[in-house]
Design a binder for this molecule. Structure first.
Ligand code: UDP
Ligand code: MN
Length: 641
């Protein structure tokens, strides 16, 4: 098999550059999409109800995925031909027959409806590239399932539970030898109202792709699902996995919805293996996923491991290979992918563990060590924050985190989450717990990023005293140590003096807004307070607009006066500095916003006959602006104006 390293010099440089561009672009687009989905949905809809901007991005991601796929195909990075069963002695033989029959049935059904019927849901994301040949009643059924679960259950129900998936490991992983004598593993799958076939496929992949001598048990944790199919019927179905060995699959049920952090804790509590892997229920583990984890934890019990993720498309269930990356977060504590550190690239070994600041959610750890450092924060609600808390805590309290490129898990990223429409309140609340317990003098960054006042934030984030005690007991290091030694790419802002939405006293129901997501012209727009309207004014004169990323390589955007035309412009702050653009502004609460270099003012105008204001740069006429929050006493004296 041809490996990347054997390619002729120039070609390999070209490919490396292409790959690097892909990584950066994918990281950016993934973040953007995450932002769009999680934070700015309301904003998007407000701006352009039918613009399909989100789809543009999704299609772009698809395009990048295609590029990565083509690239990896051409490099023969991952294709080792057909799927091979790696299970030594576990064979769910009846599954294979089931699988083959189901595949045949699906084919037959497809053929029956070949005469392409009309598309019943042309705007649905489900039917963008799948299902065009379904009969109308089938489309209705598929759409209803999609609405309910956020992924294509219609298709999942027709795919074999033991379907083959592409082996996405870097080629050198295949040459790796692991000790025979490895620790045992318990695999926890948590779920709330997931589809039965999805859960069963996860179980099947684990049984088929984990050596049976190492697989201690699979623990299902039901976080109070309401679906009938997940009660008696699911118990019936898992019986067949429990014949050999008996009791392989266990079930833990919450008596009320406790959220994913507590579900993961419950799974850990019910586990007895040396190592515990805590996964979402909508995954398929890939070939030899467990061995790299177990041998790394055998070497060092203090490593918390994140497998490398690939993506299962929510519509056609195709597997898309992701480029190896580390797991990080922004100051709002939303998770994001970070490029692997330079030191990893320098090793020139694609199988080497990638040191990572945090985890995405799914992880594996030595069961006892995880207990010693406090498992997860059970005070977290519903979703979010628990992964970052584990990341920071692990590092600050003497462990480390690594992503293992040879251990791959395909994760189904849903189009929407059925259990929650808006994640922000939960993530915000959980983020404040993390800030309070772990982030010391940097905790204000979380308040900035969520646009919460530093004093009297008005958010009840629950009792954190036991987590503070834990930190003391474990004698953990400071966040300053963490940020300097583990996550230097997360940049604290030290000069912000005012932040939040910004209004002109001429018209108080409109706010400065970053404008359409893919453009660079800020506008005036009805105040909604989403991150697209969050401004950050620095004592040094910069104005950031559109949320706070503060990643060293990321796109905080600065307001600039290009000196040409009447429109202000948003430029990546790094670029603005590099190009020497006019990006510094004088501003006091309740006063004008004046560009220090061009002396033009940020003002609003109503064109003749128009009913709405536009944001422009012009000779100052004395317009006044107010910003929502101030840091300490900045600008208070000027407020009276
Ligand atoms: N989940 C849960 N309780 C909740 C919310 C989620 O048990 O209140 C489960 C969910 O079914 C899934 C896992 O937690 O298996 C992670 O959730 P999700 O996949 O929505 O999160 P992400 O993939 O974005 O981390
Ligand atoms: Mn998930």
């Amino acid at each position: 098999m041809m490996s990347r390293r054997k390619l002729p010099g120039l070609f390999s440089i070209l490919l490396t550059v292409l790959l690097a561009v892909n990584i950066l672009f994918m990281v950016y687009v993934k973040n953007t999409i995450k932002d769009l989905r999680k934070k700015d949905l309301g904003h998007l809809e407000l701006h352009a109800p039918n613009s399909g901007k989100e789809n543009v991005l999704v299609e772009r991601l698809g395009h990048i995925e295609m590029m990565v796929k083509n690239l990896s195909n051409s490099l023969k990075l991952s294709s080792n031909g057909k799927d091979r069963k790696l299970a030594d002695d576990v064979q769910l033989s009846e599954k294979s027959t089931d699988g083959a029959q189901a595949a045949k049935k699906a084919k037959k059904e497809e053929a029956k409806h070949k005469a392409a019927p009309r598309l019943r849901f042309p705007a649905s994301r489900l039917f963008k590239k799948w299902g065009n040949d379904l009969a109308e009643d089938q489309q209705v059924a598929a759409q209803a399932l999609f609405d309910q679960y956020g992924y294509n259950v219609y298709l999942s129900d027709r795919l074999p539970l033991d379907r083959s998936i592409k082996d996405t490991r870097p080629s050198r992983c295949l040459e790796k030898k692991y000790p025979h004598d490895l620790p045992t593993i318990s695999v926890v799958l948590i779920f709330t109202n997931e589809a039965t076939s999805i859960i069963l496929r996860a179980i099947t992949s684990i049984i088929n792709r984990t050596p049976s001598r190492l697989l201690k048990e699979i623990v299902l944790v039901d976080d109070y699902s309401s679906l009938e199919e997940l009660k008696g019927p699911l118990e019936e179905k898992i019986k067949r996995y429990n014949v050999k060995p008996p009791g392989l699959v266990k079930m833990v049920r919450h008596q009320r919805r406790e959220g994913l952090a507590q579900a993961r804790i419950s799974g850990w509590e019910a586990s007895s293996g040396d190592v515990v892997a805590i996964l979402d229920a909508h995954v398929e583990v890939n070939h030899k996923w467990a061995e790299p984890i177990l041998s790394r934890i055998k070497e060092d019990r203090t490593v918390i491991i994140s497998p490398a993720f690939d993506n299962i498309h929510f519509d056609d269930f195709e597997l898309v290979q992701y480029v190896e990356a580390a797991d990080g977060f922004d100051w709002a504590l939303w998770c994001l992918y970070e490029p692997a550190p330079q030191a990893w690239y320098a090793l020139k070994d694609e199988t080497a563990p990638i040191t990572s600041p945090s985890i995405m959610g799914i992880f594996a750890a030595n069961r006892e060590f995880l207990g010693e450092i406090g498992v997860l924060d059970g005070g977290m609600h519903i979703y979010g924050g628990e992964n970052v808390e584990l990341g920071i805590r692990t590092w600050q309290c003497g462990g480390k985190i690594e992503v293992l490129p040879c251990s791959r898990i395909a994760h189904l990223e849903r189009a929407h989450k059925p259990y929650l429409l808006d994640f922000s309140p939960a993530v915000k609340r959980n983020a404040l717990r993390v800030a309070e317990v772990w982030m010391d003098e940097y905790k204000h960054m979380v308040y900035y990023a969520w646009n919460i006042p530093l004093e009297k934030p008005g958010i009840d984030f629950g009792d954190v005293s036991s987590r503070k005690e834990l930190r003391k007991k474990l004698n953990c290091k400071s966040f300053d140590w963490y940020i300097k030694n583990v996550y230097p790419n997360l940049v604290p802002q030290t000069t912000i003096v005012a932040y939040g939405i910004m209004k002109n006293t001429l018209s108080e129901d409109i706010c400065i807004d970053q404008g359409p997501v893919l453009e660079n012209t800020p506008i005036m727009y009805g105040c909604h307070g989403y991150s697209s309207q969050h401004m950050f004014y620095h004592s040094t004169g910069e104005i950031y607009l559109g949320g706070l990323r503060s990643q060293r390589n990321a796109a905080d955007r600065c307001m600039v006066d290009t000196g040409q035309g009447e429109l202000p412009f948003l430029e990546k702050c790094d670029e603005a500095i590099r190009k020497g653009l006019s990006m510094h502004w004088d501003f006091k609460q309740g006063a004008a916003v004046t560009n220090r270099k061009t002396k033009r003012c940020l003002e609003i105008v109503k064109d003749q006959g128009a009913s709405v204001y536009r944001l422009v740069l012009q000779n100052c006429t004395g317009q006044k602006w107010t910003i929502q929050h101030t840091v300490k006493d900045w600008g208070r004296k000027a407020t009276a104006g």
